[in-house]
Design a protein around this ligand. Sequence first.
Ligand code: NDP
Length: 504
Amino acid sequence: MTTITDLEAPEARDVRRLAEELEIRTGAWIDGAYAEAASSETFAKINPATGVEIAQVAAGDTEDVDRAVRGARAAFESGVWSRSAPRQRKKVLTRFAALIEDHADELALLETIDMGKPIRDARRVDVPLAAQCIAYYGEAVDKVYDEVAPTDPSAVVMIRREPLGVVGAVVPWNFPLMMASWKIGPALATGNSVVLKPAEQSPLTALRVAELGAEAGLPDGVLQVVPGFGETAGQAIGRHPDVDMITFTGSTEVGKLFLRYSGESNMKRVALECGGKSPHVVLEDCGDLEAAAQAVAWGVFYNQGEVCNAGSRLLVHESVREALLERVVAVAGKIRPGDPLDPKTRMGAIVDDRQLERVLGYIETGRSEGAELHLGGSRVLEETGGYFVEPTIFDAVSNEMTIAREEIFGPVLSTISFTDDAEALAIANDTIYGLAAAVWTSDVTKAHRWGRDLRAGVVWVNTFDAGDITSPFGGFKQSGFGRDKSIHALEKFTDLKAIWINVG
Ligand code: NDP
């Protein structure tokens, strides 16, 4: 395995220089400064590519969350941000986005050593898209108008959108900076204060970005970051009586907990993005098998398969199954796990040892339930101390098997073949999830019909995982509710108020 010290490419030399200079922020960010946890407790941050500890991070708990919420509430009530002119918020958020871009190399490096994704992806995808997201909401906010209701002329009824107050954002470890930006961009743009809890596996970029937000001009208290564990800090945010809304991305299991926390506390609003088991359907008339194979492979192996909308169920017409799988295996051959800090690496490390065991456990279950292991299936590069799993493909999977039903969150593809389109549609929709789905066909009528009939928040036709900040993202069924991205995300961070003025 290549290490960062023996890489020759100029880009790799940059990574090495940056790694030597890297400063890691480890405190909670509360009221404009880094702070230890009230308990002084910390937790170890392990680099998943080496198994080596890289930092001890403040383990925030109820007291820290309480302090962060109090500061966020005080900032909100003061009006310093919540009642500032939209144009002023635009100015700060645009600067914030520019600072993220200016620190792209540093943030990409932090993301990579924190959660194991290839530096190439962190630098080219995660950081630029996070900056783009913050800028988009900054730019949008002074272009949205309120409304006047068409009542009779004796009244003027203004329908205003107002910020909710304090928003709790709890995010996962697969795209730490990007998920945080999907929450804080629209929440801040609409005037809310935010208390962000990154996942325990990936707190580093959130902590650094909070400081950049302050440098951009976010007033103290408007963006607080409390690292810590889900059961403690996450639950404290979910149950806090002075948090007005939760915006969450993560597992369905924890999403349901947030609904319970809300019901047992102050009935705060909850928006959930809870992952999926997305069907990737290749019909007999798929026009371009090579393109479909590329999409199928990258659709499940990108980001080590740790993607909520991963196309983890391949539904393929029996007549093209062999030809497609042959091509998918060829593409997978180029996605070998390697050192995430090597700019040439296309697949990094699984986020931690627990997730590694989970992924390997699902592979074992697939075998024992009778699926045929077609490719991979093993942990690799064990000598590095890191948590790497090779691209894995199962064939002869039935939709009843565990590997076709549960979210694995690893590089594991389950192949189910069919001979009848109606049967394929039923299988595609036979899941508790409904985040995303895709279909490959050269028949325009079928494309429209499948677009209509697949039960998912995002349906791709003849592509996979295409996205844009202008396009809403979120799920049907137990993939959650509420949408991230696009102008619609502004709605969930605001409330409607009708102000009725009697004009006789
Ligand atoms: P979780 O759903 O547990 O984590 C998501 C976020 O919720 C993290 O910030 C986590 O904090 C927090 N959290 C965890 N438990 C609680 C709790 N009891 N109360 C409040 N907040 C909590 O995902 P995991 O990391 O455990 O991963 C398990 C599985 O979840 C994965 O294998 C995958 O299937 C799925 N998942 C789906 C994601 C998606 O985007 N759809 C993202 C991540 C995971 P902390 O990490 O600090 O405990």
